[in-house]
Design a protein around this ligand. Structure first.
Ligand code: 13P
Length: 250
């Protein structure tokens, strides 16, 4: 089973656009449900609008959760609120959140909160720079080590990992990663998981790719890159392109 997860980021702007996008995403989810699990992660403000229009097989997640459960945190959203509004998944560790200050320890706290309410963490990891010597591997290792610290095999098996090299994300991206770069990182992540939990556990943890993934390059990321799906930004806001991406990998 492949995953297709849409990170809507801070878009769209209008309720009518949200309803339209949910309906179209649901059609895609239905069409490819045999081999693709489709999840959308809208902005929190639209969560209840999305839930009114999203039915299985389309699943819904959030883009973030407060790690600290204290109430006095202006602007943040607790895991209770996400649960109450129907989110079953939640993105943590996205580079745009890390750039605004989330540390590895913060990401770890967020994972703890999600497990308390049985939400599935979509853990984003990825390096800022892809240096020729491979020092970026230690940056990703630190992210993995902190996120998985103290997790039981049963908890680890519930996590979805998204490898998102920071330099490949969004409109400012230098370029997408190549399938070879993706495969290299997936092998590295698999080795980390295998060393920590053994092969049986490591094998069930999906590792997705994110960063300028689209309808043209997705197939090669799956076939040559070893990706078990995608965390997509821009393409998730364009139902036509999202459908073509799904078609290309189904
Ligand atoms: P783009 O697909 O727009 O590059 O964004 C990727 C991303 O950040 C998904 O979380």
């Amino acid at each position: 089973m492949l995953y297709l997860i849409g990170n809507w980021k801070m878009a769209p702007e209008k309720n009518t656009q949200v309803v339209d996008l949910v309906k179209k995403s649901r059609e895609i989810a239905k069409l490819y449900k045999k081999n693709i699990t489709t999840i959308i992660c809208p902005p929190t403000a639209f969560l209840s609008t999305v839930m009114k229009n999203a039915k299985v097989p389309l699943l819904v997640g959030s883009q973030g959760v407060a790690g600290n459960p204290a109430i006095a945190q202006t602007g943040l959203t607790s895991v209770h609120m996400l649960k109450e509004n129907g989110a079953a998944y939640c993105i943590v560790g996205h580079s745009e959140m890390r750039a605004r200050g989330d540390s590895n320890a913060d990401v770890k706290e967020q994972i703890t909160r999600l497990f308390e309410k049985k939400l599935v963490p979509i853990l984003c990891i990825g390096e800022k720079n892809h240096d020729a010597q491979g020092w970026y591997l230690s940056e990703v290792k630190d992210q993995l080590e902190t996120a998985f610290e103290g997790l039981t095999p049963a908890q680890a098996k519930k996590i979805i990992i998204a490898y998102e090299p920071v330099w490949a994300i969004g409109a400012q991206a230098v370029r997408a990663a190549t399938p070879v770069e993706c495969r290299e990182m997936i092998i590295f992540i698999c080795k980390f998981l295998t060393d920590k939990y053994g092969t049986a556990v490591a094998k069930v943890i999906p590792i997705l790719y994110g960063g300028s993934a689209d309808e043209h390059n997705a197939k090669s990321f799956v076939e040559e890159g070893g990706a078990q799906g995608f965390l997509v930004g821009r393409v998730s806001l364009d139902a036509k392109r999202l459908g073509l991406l799904a078609k290309s990998i189904s």
